[in-house]
Ligand binder design. Structure first.
Ligand SMILES: [Zn+2]
Ligand SMILES: [Zn+2]
Length: 248
């Protein structure tokens, strides 16, 4: 696959936004630049990034459902028919390769249902950043339906940013003593800002509040965001500030 051309903007760390010194090699080989300022930040989100790295990076495609997820999906679904259709499609050998967008929709649908129905502690082990991403995808679909963003044009880098955000939120939900040392709540805010920049070209002016509220909801278990989305000539600008550290 073609290697990415040099971007006009210097590459930034997908975690903290500082200048990137390292690139994830498997992503680079797949034609995607996933920059990191340091090994520390690469390690910090590897747990989630590995799901969409290398062969899964371009187009960004979350990993197949694992056996336990399929089991939960089969017993927990509120609309068995629709989910069964998705599971059948995903089970087809070449479906992911031939219809990546449809496969991603199916994956997101099944995972979101699985994640929503996880209630007891032993079930929580099934949840992971890709499950969080699946639920967020439902939020983005809703924004698309509402006309807030043009959902058909979601840039595929968006999923990489959201996967990092989901990983940070996953880590941030842990008690402070259990979080990795390199974790900082500011990273969550930073990824939100870069997500807003990415959404600027496909965002409907005047609908900023809904988009900001959606992002705020997505990260509220870790951080309370306050801010607003403005517009410049070259796109959307996010003034996002942390005013209270939340979390459990
Ligand atoms: Zn960094
Ligand atoms: Zn990678």
């Amino acid at each position: 696959m073609a290697r990415p051309r040099t971007a006009t903007k210097p590459h930034v760390c997908i975690v903290c936004g500082k200048q990137a010194k390292e690139r994830c090699p498997p992503c680079w080989d797949a034609g995607v630049v996933t920059g990191f300022c340091s090994r520390d930040h690469q390690k910090l989100v590897w747990f989630g990034h590995r799901d969409v790295c290398g062969a899964n990076a371009n187009p960004c495609m979350p990993p197949p459902l694992h056996a336990q997820e399929i089991k939960w999906a089969e017993v927990s679904t509120p609309s068995p028919k629709q989910l069964k259709w998705s599971l059948d499609m995903l089970a087809r050998p070449d479906f992911r390769k031939h219809s990546p967008d449809a496969a991603r929709d199916c994956l997101f649908r099944v995972r979101a249902v699985v994640d929503e129905t996880l209630i007891s502690p032993e079930q929580v082990s099934v949840s992971h950043p890709s499950c969080i991403l699946a639920r967020w995808n439902a939020i983005f679909s809703q924004l698309g339906e509402d006309g807030d963003i043009q959902e058909d044009d979601l840039p595929h880098e968006l999923y990489h940013h959201l996967q990092v955000l989901a990983t940070l939120v996953y880590l941030g939900r842990k008690p402070v003593s259990h979080r990795p040392k390199a974790f900082k709540t500011e990273f969550v805010v930073d990824v939100v800002k870069r997500t807003l920049e990415l959404l600027a070209p496909i965002h409907t002016p005047g609908e900023s509040t809904k988009l900001f509220k959606a992002l705020r909801t997505m990260v509220k278990s870790v951080v309370n965001l306050q801010g607003e989305i403005g517009r410049r000539e070259d796109g959307m600008t996010g003034r996002v500030e942390v005013y209270q550290i939340g979390g459990r």
